[in-house]
Design a binder for this molecule. Structure first.
Ligand SMILES: [Zn+2]
Length: 485
């Protein structure tokens, strides 16, 4: 275990949770595996387990175009704003150029607003870490790690993770990004591929699997050489196998890179029984990663990501919110009654057993071989790089401007509604949004100090690694009726 790691370091930390009650209403379309409704399911579990009262809960402002343009191109954002499902002929050229309107990334009603909602939550969360008001921030609607500067990909349109990291870089010299979604975190890696201020670390399924990128050898370029880490894995990954490689990599990363903030994409498509995933992690095995990171006592952002069996996604993220809070004792295995109780039939339990008849194709020998390759990359790095404030080259992006609008952004509403009242409503079977009774707005003053800004920019010279694999080409459709809105 790393000397930096303190298993007790995660106790008594301020946890803040960002949730917009509208998130569950956005709908990718019939048969599409991505269902924002899973975030609402998660919320209802948190509500009825009582975790809701253990943390500060915010309904964040929507991200503005200016905020999203810190990473994305204006013409791409303009297109997302105006495109509508019934005008696809009119926008045929742009749809092809921006990879929008395809099976993976359809145009649907309020698409742009959906992007604003989940991106606004991640931006607000980053600001709370920057202003040191919070130790751990949580946005389960975020984690859209595939989106590129001018291109949608893998159900992702706007990359809230890149936006959040850019925000963190205003006050943090080094940010670590860890991705435990089963898919390679390609969009985030690409954005920061040539900077040493952001280390990206992705554990993912590799080989005939979307997006088809993320070999160990893809380790960054220019100043970022060695600061993009990839750990490719195979079908059937178990808790023990994952832990045997996750912890040694993290220990070395913390020793060498010494991040000032950590952002995690906690995609739940890496747990057992996922509609698109092929690993065999239990919820506890998945959450062990978060628990371990939490022990380093570094400001931490937890974001969602993939996860295509909504009832299991909700189970996973509810448990992981408990891990963040250090309150897993409140999460009994028997699920509390809630508005969506029937989603959790037939067992109505929180935890998922690993599947017994699933083979683990990750041999110990192969895992150790990959581990050594990743550790060798890390050991070549200068330990704890003393990065001058203005040297970061953010690859595809501008370094953020001074934060002139942060007071405005931090006018996030505190939801102080009585969770017990909600619980009563849930028992009465009301389908009302859980935040219908949201408390009146109360401004939160910002004391954010933006210590690091620059007008440096560099064009995107990073080659996009083409894969051409459709994210859900083989997705079974039988769950649609059960899981659909
Ligand atoms: Zn995924």
């Amino acid at each position: 275990m790393s000397a930096l790691h303190d298993p007790n370091g995660g106790f008594n930390r301020v946890v803040e949770y960002f949730y917009d009650p509208d998130i569950g209403n956005y709908y990718y379309g019939s048969g599409h595996p991505m269902k924002p409704h899973r975030v609402r399911l998660t919320h209802h579990l948190l509500l009825n387990y009582g975790l809701y009262r253990q943390m500060n809960v915010f309904r964040p402002l929507k991200a503005t175009k200016e905020e999203m343009s810190m990473f994305h191109k204006d013409d791409y954002l303009d297109f997302l704003r105006v495109c509508t499902p019934d005008e696809e002929d009119r926008y045929a050229n742009q749809m092809e150029r921006f990879n929008v309107g395809q099976a993976d990334c359809p145009i649907f009603g309020d698409l742009y607003e959906y992007c604003q909602v989940y991106s606004g939550a991640s931006l607000s969360a980053a600001m709370r870490l920057n202003s040191k008001r919070s130790d751990i921030v949580v946005n389960w609607s975020g984690g859209m790690h595939h989106a590129k500067k001018s291109e949608a990909s893998g159900f992702c349109y706007v990359n809230d993770i890149v936006l959040a990291i850019l925000e963190l870089l205003k006050s943090k010299e080094r940010v670590l990004y860890i991705d435990i979604d089963i898919h390679h975190g390609d969009g985030v890696e690409e954005a920061f591929y040539s900077t040493n201020r952001v280390m990206t670390l992705s554990f993912h399924q590799y080989g005939d699997f979307f997006p088809g990128t993320g070999t160990v050898q893809d380790d960054g370029n220019k100043d970022g050489k060695g600061y993009a880490l990839n750990f490719p894995l195979q079908d059937g990954l178990t808790d023990a196998s994952f832990r045997s490689v996750f912890r040694p990599v993290i220990d070395e990363v913390m020793k060498r890179f010494r991040p000032e903030a950590v952002v995690m994409c906690c995609g739940a498509d890496s747990i057992t029984g996922d509609r698109l995933g092929c690993w065999n992690l239990t919820i506890k095995g998945h959450a062990d990663c978060i628990n371990y990171i939490k022990g380093f006592g570094i400001p931490l952002m937890l974001l969602g990501g993939g996860g295509y069996t909504p009832r299991n996604v909700a189970r996973c993220w509810a448990w992981e919110t408990g891990v963040a809070l250090g309150k897993t004792d409140m999460l009994r295995d028997e699920l509390p009654f809630n508005d969506y109780y029937d989603f959790f039939k037939p067992d109505y339990r929180l935890h998922l057993p690993a599947q017994k008849n699933v083979e683990n194709f990750n041999s110990t020998k192969e895992l150790q071989s990959t581990l050594q390759k990743v550790l060798n990359i890390l050991r070549k790095l200068e330990s704890a790089p003393s990065v001058p404030i203005y040297t970061g080259q953010i690859g595809t992006t501008q370094i953020p401007k001074p934060a002139q609008d942060l007071d405005e952004r931090e006018k996030i509403r505190i939801d102080s509604v009585d969770a017990e009242q909600r619980k009563t409503a849930a028992f009465e079977g009301k389908k009302a949004s859980p935040l219908d009774a949201i408390a009146p707005e109360s401004s939160v003053e910002s004391n954010l100090n933006s210590v690091n800004s620059s007008s440096n920019s560099s064009s995107n010279n990073i080659g996009i690694m083409e894969a051409g694999v459709t994210a859900w080409a083989v997705a079974p459709k039988e769950e649609e009726d059960e899981e659909g809105l």
